[in-house]
Design a protein around this ligand. Structure first.
Ligand code: NA7
Length: 498
């Protein structure tokens, strides 16, 4: 029964023999956990997950900053196959999400196939299989690799002069140093993305002084974060149908949001803008501060900030919004262009991530010696963000140019997995041994994607992590319904099957 490399094996009657597949999953975060569960459900049990850290959880393991929460409602940011009646809040906080992933991984015995502390640094397609190597020197082989390596993963440090001269404590938001006391400290935060906003609200009442260094103002969507009552949780526990219905309802609601961001002229986009504008007008009392906080671009052009209390926090007497440009960091604090020194004990760099790295810096060598660095020069490209020409049997979850705009990336990963499993069926039934998107399909998809992005809100005049080096959003520019449709079944004409 076991077939490995080469042409499909055939029985005497010419029918291809089913093939045993060994799969390597890279990363034990949200999508790596889902991969193991779904692969096993499909009958694939020869599996190993390589995880560089010592726990599952991915971005939720790495980010532990105060106030960390998910900007997608908890009941949507859940696996459809492991809905959670016990979410404590509408928008769950980081530790609770981390516990959720750990629990799901344990309950589904995912952890037993995870090799912790093993970072894959090289993958090579040779003799019809993927050969993997880890930093520790472990080697392994598989017929299929699923890259579940995450998006918000490689911290981006700002290019600010003198950062290394600072004598206080300094760290990136994704590398929070919990040994550093905040109570009574003078804390500076660089950045005004979702991360910075959550940190400000969480720590403002603990610190002596908080300086928020804003390069660009943000639109803020107000969203209360009430706790679920014991009765509500009990009802969800007792009635799985109500829980599933709630998940489906939220999914439809967020699909509407998708319609807004992919069509800058839509009524939904105008509604979002109006809600953000009203929030600013009503919440910020001081007209000078209000103007400093008023963005000069359209709402949702940058990733929309969702916060119940940021405006209240930044108006606390010990909070200061600094809009002067940062000149440099000095031993005692941050010097701004007006010549003022902002003395600090702690400097937090909430400056985002290298969102175009994906599996990199891993070295990946595909068919005929073609490298990922070559294919991704000058920027990442993939067919439907899943497959790449010349890289057979390598599939990505939440890869480049997929739906990332304020959706549940869990939902995205689940749809992608269901799609990938259909491709794996072709490998398992023995009809083909290698599958990857054709170069033509990849280029056609990319051209269509770039053309469609002209209508989106992301190109209406702002800088954001969605935009690539050309200013084209590296995202899915169509309604979410279209993503669901496309993910429902692969179009095999777009694949090279060998
Ligand atoms: P983001 O959204 O990429 O935000 C990074 C912030 O850091 C943003 O406000 C940047 O300003 C600012 N930044 C970056 N470099 C500098 C320098 N050199 N000087 C001043 N300010 C700087 O990252 P987050 O971690 O907040 O959020 C990432 C995602 O995680 C988020 O979208 C959610 O999906 C969860 P800019 O706006 O570019 O002027």
């Amino acid at each position: 029964m076991t077939g490995t490399a080469g042409s499909p094996r055939r029985r005497a009657d010419g029918v291809p023999e089913p093939r045993h597949l060994r799969v390597i999953v890279i990363g034990a975060g949200m999508s790596g956990i889902a991969s193991v569960i779904k692969l096993r459900e499909a009958g694939i049990h020869d599996l190993v997950v390589y995880e560089k850290a010592d726990r599952v959880g991915g971005t939720w393991r790495e980010n532990t900053y105060p106030g960390l929460s998910c900007d997608v409602p908890s009941h949507l940011y859940s696996y459809s196959f492991a809905l959670n009646p016990d979410w404590t809040h509408r928008f769950a906080f980081g530790p609770e999400i981390q516990r959720y992933f750990e629990r799901v991984a344990d309950e589904h015995r995912v952890t037993e196939v995870v090799r912790f502390g093993e970072e894959v640094d090289r993958l090579e397609w040779r003799d019809g299989r993927w050969h993997a190597r880890t930093r520790r020197g472990t080697t392994d082989e598989a017929d299929v690799v699923i890259a579940a390596t995450g998006v918000l993963h490689h911290p981006r440090l700002p290019d600010i002069e003198g950062l290394d001269t600072f004598t206080g404590a300094q760290f990136h938001s994704a590398r929070w140093d919990h040994s550093v006391p905040l109570d009574g400290a003078r804390v500076g935060i660089v950045g005004t993305g979702s991360t910075a906003v959550q940190i400000v609200s969480a720590i403002v009442d603990r610190v002596e002084h908080l300086s928020l260094f804003q390069r660009t103002a943000q639109w803020v969507m107000p969203a209360e974060n009430p706790a679920y009552s014991a009765e509500e949780r009990e009802r969800f526990r007792r009635d799985p149908a109500a829980l599933a219905e709630n998940h489906a309802r939220l999914s439809e609601l967020f699909a509407l949001f998708a319609n807004a961001v992919v069509d800058a002229e839509s009524p939904e986009a105008a509604m979002i803008e109006e809600a953000c504008r009203a929030n600013l007008e009503q919440s910020v009392l001081d007209p000078a501060l209000r103007e400093k906080l008023r963005p000069d671009y359209r709402a949702a052009c940058k990733r929309l900030i969702i916060s119940p209390d940021f405006y209240q926090a930044i108006q606390r007497p010990n909070a200061e919004l600094v809009t002067e440009k940062i000149l440099r960091v000095e031993p005692q604090g941050v010097r701004t262009a007006d010549g003022r020194l902002h003395p600090l004990d702690v400097l937090v760099l909430a400056t985002g991530f290298h969102t175009d790295w994906f599996m990199r810096p891993m070295e990946i060598i595909g068919r005929d010696g073609r490298t990922l660095s070559e294919l991704w020069d000058p920027r990442p490209i993939a067919y439907l963000s899943i497959s790449m020409p010349g890289f057979p049997n390598l599939f990505m979850l939440n890869g480049p140019n997929g739906p990332v705009g304020n959706f549940s990336l869990i939902e995205v990963a689940e749809l992608q997995l269901a799609y990938i499993l259909q491709l794996l069926e072709r490998l398992r039934d023995g009809t083909v041994t290698e599958i990857c998107a054709t170069a033509e399909a990849t280029e056609r998809f990319e051209a269509e994607r770039v053309a469609a992005s002209a209508k989106t809100i992301w190109v209406t005049g702002c800088r954001s992590w969605y935009l690539d080096d050309r200013g084209i959003p590296a995202t899915w520019p169509w309604p979410f319904a279209r993503f669901r449709e496309v993910m429902a079944a692969p179009d095999l004409d777009d694949y090279e099957l060998r």
